[in-house]
Design a protein around this ligand. Structure first.
Ligand code: HEC
Ligand code: HEC
Length: 354
């Protein structure tokens, strides 16, 4: 009898400890051996393209690449793997590529995107094209991230989108067998941390540049616009006196400006926007015909709906964006010349886990 009491006590204590361990068990899903491995080429793809002159000149003036994070082929390759790796979300269900789908020009065809637990994002996803040309480097519709690098860690920590802490991110990435070699190639050592993860993601994102559209062929003198496209370009570049042109806010050749004239289009009283001014940035209009729906809230379903919103005062009118019924088809024809399907199909931008 004398020996039994401590034994019962010990069993009891063990049960309590076991129970506590279970109760506080983290629900962050670990990687398992059967998880898919990335398929990568023996020699890295080339992410350092010399663009045609009309693009290269714009890059010289606007490039937001910091001196300590130039694009290298191995850095962008690591960034590509991270971009499509679902281990970067809490329960291994969502990657950057889930909301920025290559097939829709790194945007989402849904008005709002679904995060790792099924919750909706607050705004419409943005097309990750030509981010390198946004001179100020400020990211998000409300420009709250100061650079592409700073932006990259925010979705990972967002409680709706990917739901990890930076410590969880680092230990999950470090536990995957394919990463040490990729970090070694990209940064010269196998050290894995969030600064390097952000840098690699930013390199991959900056490499996504459209330069092979009909518009680009016309600018290089190897194709010609149809009469409607040519008229549409003129309408885009010019406007009646006193009115801002489309190009005033969406400057060619990448069709963006990171210092657009106030007042911005489409003020939204329900969303604080940039500096609490209810206004929003516009990324590149390249591939715009492929990235519906539109605007920060995804409320405009198509370019036709936007252009044909009717006269000022009508409920569907979009300020600065609805034009006359005769101009609408011509501007639409011009906008369609900005589509470059190569970024949506090129293997170097595609999901290496598929
Ligand atoms: C659950 C969906 C979702 C996931 C996952 C996601 N994003 Fe986004 N992304 C969005 C939404 C929505 C916005 C716009 C949010 C806003 O402006 O408030 C956005 C905006 C951005 C922007 C700003 C682009 C610009 O022109 O200002 C960048 C860059 C970006 N995401 C990169 C990433 C990267 C890198 C990852 C992975 C680490 C990622 N996103 C994961 C939905 C997502
Ligand atoms: C005063 C500046 C300004 C003018 C002028 C302007 N835009 Fe915009 N445009 C913006 C801003 C800012 C946004 C993003 C607003 C938002 O999301 O609420 C935008 C959004 C867009 C979008 C949707 C982009 C997306 O990613 O969803 C298209 C397409 C567009 N503009 C085309 C045009 C065309 C065509 C014209 C001329 C008829 C024009 N814009 C004139 C500032 C302007």
């Amino acid at each position: 009898m004398k020996i039994r009491k401590p034994l019962i006590l010990a069993v009891f204590l063990c049960t309590v400890i076991l129970f506590q361990q279970c109760a506080k068990k983290d629900d962050t899903a670990a990687a398992v051996a059967t998880d898919p491995q990335p398929t990568l080429p023996a020699t890295a793809f080339n992410y350092n393209i010399v663009y045609p002159a009309h693009i290269q000149n714009a890059l010289l003036l606007n490039d937001n690449t910091p001196v300590d994070n130039p694009i290298t082929n191995d850095g962008a390759t690591l960034g590509r793997v991270l971009f499509y790796d679902k281990h970067l979300s809490k329960n291994n269900t969502v990657s950057c590529g889930s909301c920025h789908k290559a097939a829709t020009s790194f945007s989402d065809d849904q008005q709002l995107s679904k995060g790792f637990a099924g919750g909706n994002t607050a705004r419409h996803s943005m097309a990750l094209l030509n981010v390198r040309f946004y001179k100020s480097g400020k990211m998000f519709w409300d420009e709250r991230a100061a650079s592409v690098e700073k932006q990259a860690l925010q979705p990972i920590q967002n409680t709706v989108e990917m739901g990890l802490t930076l410590a969880e991110l680092e230990s999950k990435v470090a536990a995957l067998n394919y990463y040490p070699a990729l970090f070694q190639k990209a940064f010269g050592s196998t050290q894995i941390d969030s600064v390097r993860i952000a840098k690699a993601l930013a390199q991959f994102e900056r490499s996504i540049v459209t330069y092979q559209s009909k518009y680009d062929q016309v600018k290089q003198g190897v194709a010609v616009f149809t009469p409607d496209e040519a008229t549409g370009e003129q309408l885009f570049l010019t406007a009646p006196p006193g009115v801002l042109t489309c190009a005033g806010c969406h400057a060619p050749p990448m069709f963006l400006t990171s210092t657009p004239a106030a007042p911005f289009a489409f003020p939204d009283p329900t969303d604080a926007g940039i500096n609490g001014q209810n206004r929003f940035k516009s990324g590149s209009l390249r591939n715009i015909a492929l990235t519906a729906p539109y605007f920060h809230n995804g409320a405009v379903s198509s370019l036709t709906v936007m252009l044909n919103g009717g006269p000022p005062g009508s409920p569907t009118f979009v300020p600065a964006h609805s034009v006359s019924p005769t101009d609408a088809p011509k501007i639409l024809a011009f906008l369609q010349t900005l589509s470059d399907q190569t970024v949506t199909t090129d293997t170097k931008f595609s999901d290496p886990f598929k």
